[in-house]
Design a protein around this ligand. Structure first.
Ligand code: ZN
Length: 167
């Protein structure tokens, strides 16, 4: 099986889980970027909380928080692993690096793939490694990438529900 063939089946399996959101973070004009990654609504809440003068473990310890000094940035980020909103736990959409693909595969090879949310994580792995399928030179240049691709295929084939034969 090719990953491009598995993708539509996996998209159906993951449809019951919340859509992954792009990563948001706070930036302060004098302090720089905050350490936390948020979904959009939690970024809005964190900004409002800082402006209203709240302090807390989940908020950066910044002075001078106003509409003028605080900005919310967002981007589709590269990551060495899956990421969730630091405030609410929602999955954030990231572009997994090969290292991230490896760590996700190791996790799911150990624990299996069952829920819609887990299939959504597998779809992110496929998005990150399916370049191997279209790039023949990869086999010569990057045996590590081909090995990751083959592990992804093996994992998907192991856990994809068996399709009923037509009677
Ligand atoms: Zn959130």
């Amino acid at each position: 099986m090719k990953l491009s063939e598995a993708k539509p089946i996996i998209e159906a399996l993951m449809s019951d889980s919340p859509i992954a959101e792009i990563t948001h973070w706070l930036n302060h004009a004098y302090e720089g970027d905050g350490d936390d990654s948020y979904c959009e609504s939690c970024a809005d809440k964190a900004k409002a909380a800082l402006i209203s003068g709240l302090v807390g473990e989940d908020l950066p310890a910044w002075d001078n928080c106003t509409e003028e000094t605080l900005e919310i940035y967002h981007d589709y980020m590269e990551s060495d692993g899956s990421r969730t909103c630091d405030a609410c736990g929602k999955i954030l959409a990231v572009a997994l690096t090969d290292c991230g693909v490896d760590s996700e595969l190791s996790h799911f090879e150990e624990s299996g793939v069952e829920t819609a949310l887990e299939w959504r994580a597998i779809a992110a792995v496929i998005d990150a490694i399916d370049y191997v399928e279209g790039a023949r030179f990869v086999a010569l240049q990057q045996p590590e990438a081909v090995a990751l691709y083959d592990r992804t295929v093996a994992l998907v084939e192991k856990y994809l529900p068996k399709l009923e034969g037509k009677s």
